[in-house]
Design a protein around this ligand. Structure first.
Ligand SMILES: [Zn+2]
Length: 246
């Protein structure tokens, strides 16, 4: 009996932390932020490290399971912002990744206004925008998701930092108005979230891992959106090697 209880606890921990550990792997996150022109790109995997100590408070910012498989709307994104950095297993069991992107930017603005060092909030934002295009973070965490999560997370990890053009070739301009920034951002987050969840359903229907090309298209959406956010804050600083390759 004791053994059975211990085994059950181990299983629960495994399931919990398997989910928390899942995300694009580190270099993939770095590559997205670098392609977007973030000067702190080398920090963009740090929000996954933060989960080790902050646990659910941080982890719920990294996925949105969307169990009902509904269309993500800009309004839904804005409604999730209040849940940023909160973990309520009963009311928020699906996570709130789309809202966390705007939550991080509100925190950035707040710290800026208080005269604090605020740049780490942009690192969080860049990381969440990266997670936004990971298809298995935007669909139910079911048997298919658990089985294929790790393989999808690392699909381009080995080479992507050395091959930035694999992301930049899929980048495009996203316009976020100065006077309608948050509404425009919510609209773009919702658009990309819907593309991403649909890719997730496709992978599930075909019972397969995404291809490297599908991953690079996804990462192109993330880098494009983060670049637009950085441009709004007048922060883009493309590294010379990426600039030269364009
Ligand atoms: Zn993450």
């Amino acid at each position: 009996m004791k053994h059975r209880t211990a085994a059950l606890v181990a299983l629960i921990l495994l399931v919990t932390f398997a989910h928390q550990a899942g995300a694009w792997h580190d270099k993939t996150h770095l590559a997205v932020c670098r392609a977007a022109g973030h000067d702190l790109w080398f920090n963009c995997a740090a929000p996954d490290i933060a989960k080790l100590k902050a646990h659910s408070r941080e982890a719920y910012n990294h996925w949105f399971n969307n169990i009902a498989e509904v269309e993500v709307t800009p309004r839904m994104v804005l409604e999730q912002v209040e849940r940023y950095n909160k973990a309520n297993r009963r009311l928020d069991s699906e996570g709130h990744l789309p809202g966390a992107i705007i939550g991080a930017l509100r925190a950035y603005k707040k710290d800026l206004q208080r005269g604090k060092y605020a740049l780490y909030h942009l690192v969080y934002c860049g990381h969440y925008i990266g997670d936004l295009t990971m298809p298995l973070h935007m669909i139910a965490y079911d048997g298919f998701n658990k089985k294929h999560h790790l393989a999808n997370d690392g699909i381009v990890e080995e080479t992507i930092l050395d091959e930035p053009e694999k992301i930049t070739q899929y980048m495009y301009e996203i316009k976020l108005g100065d006077n309608s920034f948050e509404d425009d951002l919510a609209r773009e987050i919702a658009r990309i979230a819907n593309l991403t969840r649909k890719l997730g359903y496709k992978l599930r229907a075909e019972n397969r891992v995404m291809t490297q090309q599908e991953a690079c298209v996804q990462l192109g959406h993330s880098a494009s959106l983060f670049q637009a956010v950085l441009r709004h804050y007048k922060k883009p600083a493309p590294p010379p090697d990426i600039q030269a390759e364009k």
